[in-house]
Structure formats: structure tokens, C-alpha cells
Design a protein around this ligand. Structure first.
Ligand code: ADE
Length: 231
């Protein structure tokens, strides 16, 4: 039986999920509150991972081991990297990569994890397809599928964004997706990351993030709701 993990990093990113759940049972592990229950007729487990790759990785492994998650959908906000994206627009992960993995001093390309088979973790094609259908219904012309870049940094510089776009070919930047993706890949669990743009990761990012995180979180939530209804 399917149990879908629906997760975000911050309160704003999960509160609409929790508000729409029924039959909630709470368990705390590693300081994280896991809420099992029902969401649009599906069995789900919802939690706030906390910010950053370590929080996201630990939480994802617990979701798989302790809560039997059979798929993981991450919802939240991100900084736009593709110049085509406006605040509020949606990104669907085709794949995720850690932009702050840097072993270039040993000759590895930026973002490459040494001695691993892969450093670019592919999202599940079926979840991506469902997300694209939801995006076309809910946000026509405002959805982009591409590489999500993750790192333990809030990006607020046009120069850094230019590098993330040109060198690493990212479409948006956030702080958890690639950690979730790597843990899912290690466990052969399907995943997709959905992000709505709260800012453009430039000099105005901190102001925009404060202003637009609630609206962007709602946009991303609407995607998740529509995807789960069509699962
Ligand atoms: N999440 C939302 N905006 C972000 C940014 N500019 N950098 C990293 N993570 C983000």
C-alpha cells in the first residue's frame, strides 16, 4: 500500500497540507514532528524537515525507514535562477544537484560528489508527468521543468546566480531538494521537488523572500494538492 510523504522545510511550506489532513497521528523522532493521516483520500505522512541538507537527509531516511514512505513529494519556495522565471512561478524538478559540493581542488567538476556513481539525482518520471499536468491546469505558462540546485546557503547575489545558471544549468536554487533526492535515490524511492519562486536570489532576495514566501508556498501547495488528487 502506498504512503506518500509530503514534506517542506518551513512552517509556511507545510501548514496548508496539515490544515487539509484528517485522522492525524503525531510522532516525534529526531526532533521532527511526523504527522500520519489522510489527504484527499490518500495515506500520507507530512512533516517539516527544517532548513538545509542535513535536516532534509535525516528526515527523508526516517520517512522511508520508520514511516514506510513509498514516494516523496517536496513542496516549498526557491530562488529563481532561470531568467525566464518570475516570482510565484513554479519549478518541477527533472533532477537535483548540490551546488555547494566543491572538490574542484582535486580535479572534480563543481557539484560532483567524488567516487559516487552519480551526483545528479533524477526525479521520478511519473511524478514529473503528473506535476506537469497539474502545472498546465493551474499555472499555464508559468511552469518550468529543470535542474533544482541545493546548498546550505541562502543565495542573494546576481553574480552567484549567473554561475548557477551557466555553469551548473540550474533553474532554481533552494536548500533541501538534492538531499531529499540523494536519500531517495540511495533507497530507490521515487521523488519530485516542487518549488514556487519567492525571490530571484539577487540583491533583493531577502526582501522578496519575506514578502512572497506565503504566496509562493500556497502556489506550491496547490500543485501538490492537484497531483495527489490525480495519483
Ligand atoms: N529559498 C528561497 N529563496 C532562496 C534563495 N535565494 N537561496 C536559497 N534558498 C532559497
Amino acid at each position: 500500500t502506498q504512503k506518500i510523504a509530503l514534506i517542506g522545510a518551513m512552517n509556511e511550506e507545510i501548514e496548508l497540507l496539515v490544515a487539509h489532513m484528517t485522522d492525524i497521528r503525531e510522532t516525534v523522532k529526531a526532533g521532527i514532528t511526523f504527522r500520519e493521516g489522510r489527504f484527499y483520500e490518500k495515506d500520507v505522512v507530512v512533516c517539516r524537515t527544517g532548513v538545509g541538507k542535513v535536516n532534509a537527509a535525516v528526515t527523508t531516511q526516517i520517512l522511508i525507514d520508520q514511516f514506510g514512505a513509498s514516494a516523496v513529494i517536496f513542496t516549498g519556495v526557491a530562488g529563481a535562477v532561470s531568467p525566464e522565471l518570475q516570482i510565484g512561478d513554479i519549478v518541477i524538478s527533472s533532477e537535483c544537484m548540490q551546488h555547494d559540493m566543491d572538490v574542484t581542488a582535486l580535479g572534480f567538476a563543481r557539484g560532483i560528489i567524488p567516487y559516487e556513481g552519480t551526483s545528479i539525482f533524477q526525479a521520478d518520471p511519473k511524478l514529473v508527468e503528473l506535476a506537469e499536468a497539474s502545472g498546465a491546469r493551474l499555472f499555464p505558462g508559468r511552469v518550468k521543468k529543470g535542474r533544482v540546485l541545493s546548498g546550505d546557503q541562502f543565495i542573494a547575489s546576481r553574480d552567484v546566480v549567473a554561475g548557477l545558471h551557466q555553469e551548473l544549468e540550474g533553474v532554481c536554487v533552494e536548500m533541501e531538494g538534492a538531499a531529499v533526492a540523494q536519500v531517495c535515490s540511495m533507497n530507490a524511492i521515487p521523488y519530485v521537488v516542487l518549488r514556487s519562486m519567492s525571490d530571484k536570489a539577487d540583491g533583493s532576495a531577502h526582501v522578496n523572500f519575506a514578502e512572497f514566501t506565503v504566496q509562493a508556498s500556497e502556489n506550491s501547495y496547490k500543485m501538490v494538492e492537484d497531483i495527489v488528487k490525480h495519483l
